[in-house]
Design a protein around this ligand. Structure first.
Ligand SMILES: *[C@@H]1O[C@H](CO)[C@@H](O)[C@H](O)[C@H]1NC(C)=O
Ligand SMILES: *[C@@H]1O[C@H](CO)[C@@H](O)[C@H](O)[C@H]1NC(C)=O
Length: 451
């Protein structure tokens, strides 16, 4: 409720030209009905399993026993695990099906800052072939779910999951990590998941990572990590379908939402795409991108809708990125009704970004990028409006820009220009004027239905 009031105020103050999109009082458009919220009659408390909320006693055993009880008693309609107010220090633990993890107002689940030698390790994801940042296995996420369904993580107001990431960020900076850092939450091979009304703080690495999942709803979450914290992506739907991300505030040290599907020869062989991803009413800040696709797209990414996005103090507003050797595709992406304030760049698309898992990638495996629409984008204090750089052997096609106004920094000397290469499509009502490749084809071809 508060969030929707804030959104309307933001709309009124900042999005003058889009006011018609702000008045959504009646039926608020939502995708969250893909997973119905469930009430659970069976309720247990972490206190019943020896949980101690003093912030210094380890509760790993209490979490494991409570979840073991849920898994083996199999109550009809599932079980809610209640976390009362207080700070519960814990190591990594795994969820089971048919459960709700409910954090009361004032409840904090906090990752221990123990030595990493006892942190559990798990096998690499097949679509990555190794840990994302280092070869070999990877540390398991703080809260993990593999092969589960009907799981809800929710709470009252500021129930918090705190990754205490500083220890991990320092290991990254000092190059003393042995394996890839843990996500705060990862669901693998899972379906019918809801994450709502929880705050995520200081993740060691990516915050929320659904991978090989379907039907995932993430809404009314707040995700915070310092701007200089390395690789603290907000939400990364990865080789997953039907993911609904709505009504959230994300401010981290890396991309706020990044849609992925594995990389290079591993992602191509695994061949699992991300599709049906909706990202709506999200706002936040980052030195990297607000909405990103890639650069890991080897299984393909299609049918993504991002709309009503507010981005403040950004590196890049919207970033669509792949690399040589990635293969896969990026198709049918629509980004609309975005407000950007103070950014280095508004829109960037590139076919050559990022790193590789190893040097065995096929240099002829190029990503097909087509059918990308940017509509109703308004920016102020944007140093460069955009660059769209395809590959000569795999040009970007069907790139449609409509009603885009990206104003520079007042008083700045440089004339802001779009940069394009190996791109085709069309542009209308774009200011400053778009690159000739798009402007000259105005009104023709594949963009007609997007305008
Ligand atoms: C959550 O709210 C309670 C009550 O307002 C407050 O005492 C507590 O400090 C808050 N916790 C966090 C992590 O913000
Ligand atoms: C394109 O993606 C949208 C979701 O953004 C979906 O509704 C639509 O059906 C897709 N179009 C095609 C041709 O698949």
């Amino acid at each position: 409720m508060i969030r929707s009031v804030l959104w309307i105020l933001l709309c009124l103050s900042a999005m003058g030209p889009f006011v018609k999109h702000c008045f959504v009082f009646g039926d608020v458009v939502t995708c969250s009905d893909i997973v119905p919220m469930r009430h659970r009659n069976d309720v247990i408390s972490i206190k019943d399993f020896g949980g101690i909320s003093d912030g210094s006693t380890l509760n790993t055993q209490a979490f494991r026993e409570a979840i073991y009880r849920i898994k083996h008693l199999k109550r009809r309609g599932g079980t809610l695990l209640y976390i009362p107010p207080g700070v519960y220090l814990t190591e990594s633990f795994s969820l089971t099906s048919h459960m709700t993890l409910y954090l009361a107002k004032g409840a904090v689940i906090r990752a221990t800052q123990q030595n990493t030698w006892s942190w559990p390790l798990i096998a690499p994801l097949p679509s990555y072939g190794r840990g994302r940042e280092l070869p070999g296995w990877r540390y398991r996420s703080l809260i993990h779910g593999d092969g589960v369904h009907d799981v809800i993580i929710t709470g009252g107001e500021n129930g918090t999951i705190d990754g205490q990431g500083a220890m991990w960020w320092n290991m990254w900076r000092q190059k003393t990590l042995k394996f890839t850092r843990p996500n705060l939450i990862e669901f693998m091979n899972s379906k019918n998941i809801i994450i709502s009304n929880v705050m995520f703080l200081n993740s060691p690495f990516w915050n929320i990572h659904p991978v090989y999942c379907s039907n995932v709803v993430i809404r009314y979450v707040t995700i915070l990590a310092p701007a200089d914290s390395p690789n603290t992506d907000g939400i990364d739907p990865d080789s997953s379908s039907n993911v609904c991300i709505e009504d959230s505030y994300i401010s981290t040290g890396d991309d706020l939402v990044a849609v992925k599907s594995g990389w290079d020869e591993y992602g191509i062989a695994y061949g699992r795409k991300s599709s049906g991803i909706t990202i709506r009413r999200i706002s936040g800040s980052s030195p990297f991108a607000g909405i990103a696709i890639g650069s890991e797209v080897s299984g393909g990414v299609e049918n993504v809708l991002a709309e009503h996005i507010g981005l403040f103090n950004m590196g890049i507003g919207i970033h669509i990125k792949s690399n040589i050797g990635r293969g896969g595709f990026i198709k049918n992406i629509t980004v609309s009704d975005v407000y950007i304030e103070n950014a280095v760049k508004g829109i960037r698309m590139t076919g050559a970004a990022g790193d590789h898992p190893d040097d065995k990638f096929n240099p002829n495996a190029l990503t097909v990028v087509k059918g990308i629409t940017f509509r109703n984008i308004w920016g102020v204090k944007v140093q460069q409006p955009g660059s769209i750089q395809g590959l000569s052997n795999s040009p970007f096609t069907g790139i449609c820009l409509s009603n885009i106004n990206l104003y520079g920094v007042p008083g700045s000397q440089t004339s802001p220009l779009w940069k394009c290469s190996d791109v085709s499509g069309a542009a209308r009502l774009v200011n400053p004027s778009p690159c000739a490749e798009l402007a000259s084809t105005y009104g023709s071809g594949s963009c007609m239905t997007s305008f």
